[in-house]
Design a protein around this ligand. Structure first.
Ligand SMILES: Nc1nc2c(c(=O)[nH]1)N[C@H]1C(S)=C(S)[C@@H](COP(=O)(O)OP(=O)(O)OC[C@H]3O[C@@H](n4cnc5c(=O)[nH]c(N)nc54)[C@H](O)[C@@H]3O)O[C@H]1N2
Ligand SMILES: Nc1nc2c(c(=O)[nH]1)N[C@H]1C(S)=C(S)[C@@H](COP(=O)(O)OP(=O)(O)OC[C@H]3O[C@@H](n4cnc5c(=O)[nH]c(N)nc54)[C@H](O)[C@@H]3O)O[C@H]1N2
Ligand code: SF4
Ligand SMILES: [Mo]
Length: 723
């Protein structure tokens, strides 16, 4: 399987002399039918890259690196950690796992187990999700989770994509998203896309609303207004399964089409038409990273969940489970909610910004401040596990300043990334084709909110490793690194296996598996342990080398349990007061002005995954930089020509980029991909490595009050020719 992203596409690998030389999609896959994206097909070039890290490196005092045997490097890291823990406590140690670890579910699992074992706990687990869409998990907790899952996309009659572009990101739709969308539309689905760009996913849409970036909560409140005032919702479902309808109706009353039109920049008739269209069939409103970055991500997700509850987004009794289990535990889905709960704890305040402890763990947007702020719990050792915070964390200058203060920075990577270049130790990992694969991770990601990943089909697959790491290399699997580190520190690791849930409520509680600390288990054995109690035994899944759809099992949703008194919450007090503020302040978000007339919005590039693939000659090689896309009218307005080098300035920072015209973009928007560029202490070469948009973001500015995500989208910026 290609495990570069959670789509986990099955592939056919041609191996010559022990090296992968060609990768194509597996045509015999019953679900993917041969689909891959360019990143999957470029896996050979990634694995065989001449600059791939094959040995550990240790930083010298002058900043250059010397090779060091991996075992010795781990021993030295452990010694340094012991000194730091003795002096400052385990809270001084943090882990930041990233997308480079997605290829093996044991990686994150073991990173968490390691932090628990040394006593640092989840507050020192800085997950990538808290700078992604943490609002999804928080909103789901506040609204309640529908156990039987959402309507599957391929069966839905209506669908709204709010700032999500699955054709490029594969998020939400992992299997040939372009084709799946085309087919759904051909079968009658009314697809509505809300995006400042007429995206690849919008190409077949029934409606495209190019709303003002960041004003999505207002737009969704407008949809609710229309649906509630026109009585277009499912009364019987709401009466049986939800509460708070009156309060919600009152809260969205001011969001009249006229108000929404004036804030979101979409004509009132189009808002009414979109709301009626969505309510006219069964389907879901789902959200993506774009609007989540504009500070009101939780509210946005909460309003989307309310729309889904009102208009039949959830799977009912007698229908098929929307996200059936195969390698997750056997459980009986019922047409009922998990009760809402509060996912934060004010009685356990964090160190910074008055943020409470949440189920999300550490607030990654504040990681630099956690390093820079003295006191108990100051982070002094950071392990970056398949992550590249030098370009992925908001506020690059602050990240550099913080990382220079660290007593210990370790990077587990496959190349000398922006972050590895600053590390004290760099440890080389296996790559995706060198380890076995199971689809349980993708299945389980459904618990991280609506439209994260998960399978709409009862599908599972196992694949053995296709190749060995290059001969003579000294690599270690990421999970093994944490295991060895724990062993050096005399800590006992306990792994959580087969977790079916998140936060407080679980479909089934995970099994705890204490690891043998004398003899290191194999990856295979741990995969077996992780699938303990799965609906279908892993051994059975292994019999089908192309994967299998288990539609012969019963996935029918049972009726609501008569004893169940849980209800979906339509009127969470925190959310409704945020909504009132959004109304009062017309979006509650700084708007473009004469000085900063454009809004910077994020987007994804098909050839790379964040910073992964930039150095692959077959991917980044074609266009190694991230253009600054602008509407051609804006190019003219600001006197910039297509291809010209420009300075992009926000209230916080500045970068140099290359302007490109894109007619599909809403005027007033500057659309750019992230995770490009070099470090602030390196020479900027915009047409070679691109521009790091993190420099334009302020990690100490506006933060989400619950989980501390800084504003990362809809940022007012100005441009000027660099000449
Ligand atoms: N401005 C801005 N910032 C953003 C975003 C945005 O849209 N705009 N998006 C945010 C989001 S959603 C996310 S998820 C984060 C991403 O944040 P990160 O996960 O920190 O970023 P990546 O570039 O995905 O980092 C992956 C790292 O893993 C390495 N790698 C690749 N393969 C392997 C492997 O097999 N093993 C190991 N050990 N390492 C490997 C790569 O070389 C790279 O250094 O960025 C966030 N930051
Ligand atoms: N090829 C590729 N695939 C990826 C990644 C990658 O880097 N490359 N990254 C992976 C990661 S880490 C993640 S989290 C997922 C993300 O998956 P998605 O969220 O689907 O990511 P995008 O494709 O960037 O889609 C976001 C859309 O939001 C729009 N947008 C920006 N600002 C706003 C706004 O304020 N309002 C609205 N309504 N729209 C807005 C953008 O124009 C863009 O079309 O993708 C994953 N898959
Ligand atoms: S990177 Fe492409 S080929 Fe690989 S899993 Fe994701 S979508 Fe599939
Ligand atoms: Mo992400």
């Amino acid at each position: 399987m290609c495990k570069t992203c959670l789509a986990y596409c099955p592939v056919e690998v041609t191996v010559e002399n022990g090296r992968a030389v060609k990768v194509v999609g597996d045509r015999q896959s019953p679900l993917y039918k041969g689909y891959t994206c360019p990143k999957g097909r470029a896996l050979p070039e990634a694995h065989n890259h001449p600059d791939r890290l094959l040995h550990s490196r240790k930083r010298r005092v002058d900043g250059t690196f010397e090779p060091i045997p991996t075992e010795r490097a781990i021993g030295e890291v452990a010694d340094k950690l012991r000194t730091i823990i003795d002096e400052h406590g385990p809270e001084a140690v943090a882990v930041y796992p990233g997308n480079g670890g997605v290829n093996n579910p044991l990686n994150i699992n073991m990173a968490m187990a390691f932090l628990q074992a040394i006593g640092a706990g989840m507050e020192r687990f800085f997950s990538v999700q808290t700078i992604d869409q943490p609002g999804k998990v928080i909103a789901q907790a506040l609204h309640g989770r529908w156990i039987a899952g959402p309507q599957p996309f391929h069966k839905a009659e209506t669908w709204v994509l709010v700032g999500a572009n699955p054709v490029i990101s594969k998020m939400g739709l992992g299997q040939n998203p372009g084709q799946v969308i085309k087919e759904a539309v051909r079968n009658g689905m009314k697809l509505i896309v809300v995006d400042p760009r007429e995206t690849e996913s919008a190409r077949h849409a029934h409606m495209h609303l190019a709303a003002q970036p960041g004003q999505d909560p207002t737009l969704l409140a407008g949809f609710l207004h229309v649906i509630l005032t026109e009585g277009l919702y499912d009364r019987a479902f709401v009466a049986e399964n939800a509460r708070g309808l009156e309060e919600l109706t009152e809260a969205v009353a001011p969001f009249t089409p006229a108000h929404v039109a004036s804030v979101a920049g979409v004509p009132a008739e189009r808002i009414i038409e979109a709301a009626r269209t969505f309510a006219g069939g069964r389907g879901c409103v789902v959200t993506g990273t774009g609007p989540h970055f504009a500070l009101h991500g939780t509210l946005l997700e909460y309003l989307a969940l309310c729309l889904n509850t009102l208009c039949g987004g959830w799977v009912r009794a007698g229908e098929q489970n929307g996200q059936p289990h195969v390698l997750l535990p056997d459980y009986q889905p019922r047409a009922q909610p998990m009760a809402p709960y509060k996912p934060w704890d004010e009685s356990r305040p964090g160190r910074l910004h008055g943020l409470p402890a949440t189920i999300m763990g550490g607030a990654t947007g504040t990681l630099a401040d956690e390093i820079l702020t003295p006191g108990r719990g100051q982070v002094r050792a950071l392990i970056c596990a398949g992550s590249n915070p030098m370009v992925s964390l908001p506020d690059q200058d602050r990240t550099l300043k913080a990382f220079r203060e660290l007593d210990l920075l370790v990077s587990l990577d496959v190349e000398m990334s922006n972050t590895a270049r600053l590390a004290h130790y760099v440890i080389p990992d296996y790559m995706g084709l060198e380890t076995p694969a199971v689809t349980q991770f993708t299945e389980a990601s459904k618990y991280y909110g609506l439209w994260t990943q998960g399978f709409e089909w009862p599908y599972a697959m196992y694949a053995p490793a296709a190749v060995e790491p290059p001969a003579g290399s000294d690599v270690i699997e990421m999970w093994q690194f944490f295991y060895e580190l724990a062993k050096h520190l005399d800590s006992e690791l306990v792994m959580y296996a087969n977790a079916a849930g998140a936060g407080e409520h679980w479909d089934k509680l995970p099994e705890t598996v204490p690891l043998d600390m004398d003899r290191r288990p194999t990856t295979e054995a741990l995969y077996e342990a992780m699938c303990t109690g799965s609906r279908v035994p892993l051994a059975e899944v292994k019999k089908h080398p192309h994967g299998r759809i288990y539609d012969d099992l019963d996935h029918t949703v049972l009726p609501r349990d008569p004893d169940c008194d849980a209800r979906l919450e339509l009127a969470d007090a925190t959310m409704l007061s945020e909504l009132a503020r959004v109304y009062e302040k017309r979006g509650d978000l700084p708007q473009p002005d004469g000085e900063y007339p454009l809004l910077l919005t994020p987007r994804r590039t098909n050839e790379v995954l964040n910073s992964i693939g930039r150095t692959n000659p077959r991917l980044g090689g074609k266009r190694p930089y991230n253009p600054a896309f602008l509407n051609p009218g804006d190019l003219e307005k600001f006197g910039v020509s297509d291809g010209e080098t420009i300075r992009i300035r926000s209230r916080h920072g500045e970068v140099v980029g290359i302007a490109r015209g894109e007619a599909r973009l809403r005027p007033g928007t500057l659309s750019m991909s992230h995770c490009y560029g070099l470090n602030p202490d390196e020479e900027e070469r915009p047409s070679r490595e691109g521009a790091c948009t993190a420099r334009l973001l302020d990690a100490g500015g506006d933060l989400d009050p619950i989980f501390g995500q800084p504003r990362m989208g809809a940022i007012p910026v100005a441009i000027a020719s660099a000449d």
